[in-house]
Design a protein around this ligand. Structure first.
Ligand SMILES: *[C@@H]1O[C@H](CO)[C@@H](O)[C@H](O)[C@H]1NC(C)=O
Ligand SMILES: *[C@@H]1O[C@H](CO)[C@@H](O)[C@H](O)[C@H]1NC(C)=O
Ligand SMILES: *[C@@H]1O[C@H](CO)[C@@H](O)[C@H](O)[C@H]1NC(C)=O
Ligand SMILES: *[C@@H]1O[C@H](CO)[C@@H](O)[C@H](O)[C@H]1NC(C)=O
Ligand SMILES: *[C@@H]1O[C@H](CO)[C@@H](O)[C@H](O)[C@H]1NC(C)=O
Ligand SMILES: *[C@@H]1O[C@H](CO)[C@@H](O)[C@H](O)[C@H]1NC(C)=O
Length: 367
């Protein structure tokens, strides 16, 4: 029943179709510091990324992180797949880490960010890659499938699934009302705070509280303190503290927080501004109609306790209706950060899926 309600929410949401560089935090093991690179992409922005060349016969995996993160989000996957000879490309996404941090939200729309990612593939002479994406990285992965399908072998979405070309066509206020009607609270109410003037400083002023709520094991807090309009801001300006998750060590937490603190939040929050307003919705009108469906294999890692993404049922339905290829679904008893909370399971499932794609038979190409 809940599934049906959420599926119809999804269908409604998708109606119409079914700068200057800042100092860096040294990235510790399992990253090999000599394998980080910088690229001046075609629009003149710098991208900082981790690049491991593939062993002969192995494909390259492109990992796309979300908010508020850097390439370090993928430490467990990097450790696992680089030992197995897979090629790896792990960028700091626009606004984060060693990558440029422009303040103009217009520079963050998908048609531009996907071009940047393709520039990285070109610079590395990778004709086709396997995408693994999480959170807003899934938005970029979706648009890579829409704009550059010939460059990707398959798409793995973790926690946050495929965004159809019309996912951001509905005005924000309408979606808020819809989610309130269906779920009883505004599922994306925090976008309003995140995209508001001065939110970057408010967050930094209450950074521990902010981080606690993003990384809590009690993910029902999402429903009460994270998602509803005004709730996140009230939680952090009160400096509310809650216990941290146990799958991120205190050292790892310090590295993650320092990377974000150094770069600030003004640039990263643009990922919310483009969807809170109309920039992404407008930009998505340029998606070729014939590329609305994904024609390559899809993996969807469902985070069963990620209430913020309403992820399980809605994105699952999205993947199923939006793919014209095979969809592999794996479920984890996880909150949002499934790649950190269940690294062994996620890595094993991704490996099995990648091996099962038959890429070793020379289906993929290099320049
Ligand atoms: C890091 O990468 C460099 C360049 O490929 C290599 O020479 C070095 O052995 C690597 N270090 C480790 C610890 O793997
Ligand atoms: C990046 O490339 C652009 C041309 O695309 C050039 O104008 C700019 O100077 C380059 N920036 C750096 C830092 O090399
Ligand atoms: C959303 O709901 C509020 C309160 O019921 C209402 O005032 C507003 O007009 C609605 N907005 C949209 C875009 O539906
Ligand atoms: C995290 O929450 C899940 C689900 O409520 C529970 O099974 C697990 O034991 C919790 N872990 C910790 C460390 O509290
Ligand atoms: C504010 O902090 C107090 C004390 O830690 C706590 O009991 C209360 O629930 C917090 N309120 C909010 C909105 O987080
Ligand atoms: C789906 O894929 C099949 C086989 O590749 C193809 O024949 C069919 O035209 C595709 N359908 C759409 C709607 O693209």
């Amino acid at each position: 029943m809940l599934f049906q309600v959420l599926s119809s929410l999804l269908l409604t949401l998708t109606a119409g179709a079914s700068s200057a560089l800042l100092p860096r935090v040294d990235t510790p093991a399992p990253f090999n510091s000599s394998l980080f690179k910088d690229l001046n992409v075609s629009r003149g922005l710098n991208y900082h990324y981790y690049a491991v060349p593939a062993d002969t016969g192995k494909p390259t995996l492109l990992f796309l992180h979300g908010f508020p993160s850097t390439s370090y989000d993928w430490r467990h996957q990097v450790a696992f797949f680089q030992d197995k000879g897979y090629g790896l490309l792990v960028p700091d996404m626009l606004g984060y880490g060693g990558t440029s941090k422009p303040l103009d939200p217009q520079l963050y729309v998908s048609s531009l960010v996907t071009r940047d990612i393709i520039d990285i593939l070109d610079a590395e002479s990778i004709e086709q890659a396997v995408v693994v994406a999480h959170d807003w990285g899934s938005q970029t992965a979706s648009r890579l499938a829409n704009y550059f399908p010939e460059r990707f072998l398959s798409y793995a979405f973790l926690a946050v699934g495929y965004f159809t070309p019309t996912s951001f066509a509905t005005p924000y206020e309408e979606n808020l009302n819809l989610s309130k009607a269906v779920l009883g609270y505004e599922n994306f109410g925090y976008w309003d705070f995140f995209s508001s003037e001065g939110a970057d400083q408010t967050i930094l002023d209450h950074f521990d509280s902010f981080w606690d709520l993003f990384y809590t094991n009690d993910t029902t807090k999402t429903i009460t303190d994270f998602s509803p309009l005004g709730a996140y801001e009230a939680f952090i300006t009160n400096d509310t503290r809650i216990p941290p998750v146990d799958y991120v060590t205190p050292e790892e937490r310090a590295i993650q927080m320092e990377a974000i603190r150094q770069g600030g939040l003004a640039a990263p929050l643009n990922w919310y501004k483009i969807v809170r307003g109309t920039l992404e919705g407008q930009d998505d009108k340029g998606i070729p109609q014939e590329n609305a469906l994904i024609h390559s294999p899809v993996f969807f890692g469902v985070a069963l306790r990620d209430y913020g993404s309403v992820s399980a049922p809605t994105f699952l339905a999205g993947a199923l209706v939006s793919s014209n290829s095979t969809v592999t679904v794996r479920e984890y008893n996880s909150g949002h950060w499934v790649q950190m909370a269940f690294p062994d399971e996620v890595n094993g499932d991704l490996l099995q899926w990648i091996e099962g794609l038959g890429l070793d038979q020379g289906v993929y190409k290099f320049y």
